[in-house]
Design a protein around this ligand. Sequence first.
Ligand code: NDP
Length: 356
Amino acid sequence: YEQAKCLAFEKLGEPKDVLRLHGHSISPPHGELLTLRFLASPINPADINQIQGVYPSKPTFTTSLGSAEPLAVGGNEGVAEVIAAGTKAKGIQKGDWVIMKKQGFGTWRTHAQTTADNVVAIKNKDGLRPEQVGTVSVNPMTAYRMLKDFVKLQPGDWFIQNGANSGVGRAAIQLGKLWGYKSINIIRKRETGMEELVQDLKSLGADVVVTEEEFEKREFRDMVKQATDGGREPIRLGLNCVGGKLVNSMAKHLATGSHMVTYGGMSKQATMLPTGLLIFKDISFDGFWVSRWSDLNPEEKDACIHEVLDLTRKGKFKDVPMQTVTWDVKTKQEELIEAVQGTLEGYRSGKGIFLF
Ligand code: NDP
């Protein structure tokens, strides 16, 4: 029997109000069951929205974890090691690493029991750390698909993005660079560490890094002209993580027939669209949701994950800065909950991730 702990909730609300550590035991796996021991589980913005009840994919409430009331376990992404497999479990063995196939698994837990159809096995884990495998399926995947699936960018073409310091933004910079695309990257101004951040993003492959304020200035338009060879190198794709008026300004830099893809709304402001550009420059505004894409394209998702992990292994793709929260028998419930609650505050030194 495994003594398991999970960070769970009975009702929707602010994480600090509704989360609690719940203990239960897991019996040895029979039939097709696998027992998992989690290695790393990130805290993504959507996880918070899901607990608050403002996210379209709802958490799964269950009484199967030995609680009186139905409980849902927080977290959607993570990597676990298979520590035991039932005699009928196919294709996955003890010792394998697995990631979750779909949203809603509940990954903020030390152990879980499931079947092979709910996970994807990472057979070759050589040269990879749990933090890297545990964060591959949401952020890099989102960046990858947005760069590939809306516009056929050619090497030398540009894309422009806000929220460039987000996990998705950093992945887009790197994948774009590998594929020969150039990028204009908008970040928020911060009191400290500004220069380091700019250098960090440039070291990942960002061509231009600019703050929201600088971006809105007239001089910046001249700078973009210069960078893009007088506009001869078109900016054909925009990625929107933030929303607000900024998107209107970004769209003005796009070439005729470009696409602006919205994937996040970090500023909580409505995305403002330029009426004239919609009409006269044939700019398309799209949305992207990696959960839907993954459900519709499981095989491509698999290929994409393995491609990014191969790049990671070769040192060509860097994981994001992380604030690790060690989760062991000594860790207090408050520390875990605090890490979750702090996620939407911004200006953080890295993505929160539980390491078990
Ligand atoms: P991270 O936690 O890695 O980063 C969050 C980013 O948001 C930080 O760079 C932060 O900027 C920025 N930010 C926070 N508040 C504001 C604000 N008020 N104005 C501007 N920027 C702000 O996030 P992820 O990369 O995991 O996710 C980023 C967004 O993308 C989220 O909204 C998330 O839900 C969404 N997302 C959507 C997916 C989809 O399929 N549609 C998939 C994955 C993510 P700073 O660096 O200055 O603190």
